[in-house]
Write a new protein. Sequence first.
Length: 255
Amino acid sequence: MNKLVWKLTAFYHNLADAVICPSIISQTELQRHGLKKPTAIIPNGLNLKEIKKPTAFAKNKLKKTFGIKNVAKIAIYVGRLAADKNLDVLIKSWKLVYNIMPASKLLIVGDGPKYRHLKNLVKILEIKESVVFTGAIARDKILKNGIYNVGDLFVTASKIENHSLSMLEAMAHGLPLVGVNARGTPELIDDQNGILVESDKPVLLADAMIKMFKDVNLRKKLAKGSLLKSKKYDISQTVNKLEAVYRVLVKFKTL
């Protein structure tokens, strides 16, 4: 953001008694640009009871719905199709994956202003048969049907995440993650649940996906790490932390 936007953002946040930040990076950036009020880091939370894992039969049925054969290795992205999500880099990296593993598929779940642009890029790169665009699917349907579990891994090239909800959901479904070392993503992805690479480097992103696809033991290890890490973000813990902040504020206000 430019200086004027940061100035207005800091001014707005300084009107509050306290500021809740979803990640360390968001707290750091706000304070660096003029936030003076007390802060609390409370990550986004998930209702883990909403996470449904499909049966093998249901999973195969979902694959058929998306036109994917059971033998294919699948990377899944869930989110907005917008410029700030850096999907051009993801698709360019997928071209490299396709060159090595032509039976693999990239499942892109979501819609947005870059939908037509991205479909055209896929056409230009001659990987139409390897990339599946689902269009918009309601979040409750994604969770209810266990669509995340169609993938063997979750991937994103986004450089703008504070505390990504789709990454949390992927973790809760037991998916290993591939992402870029930018903003809040390193707070969710480490060597226990995924692979981080330098941003804007399609070759590195592709190498990470290929490595994960080919090493089943690595995928299993990172999948377990994702499940374990997701438990830290259960919504009950988020609620408890929020209540604690409000209790302190109420006590302060009544003094």
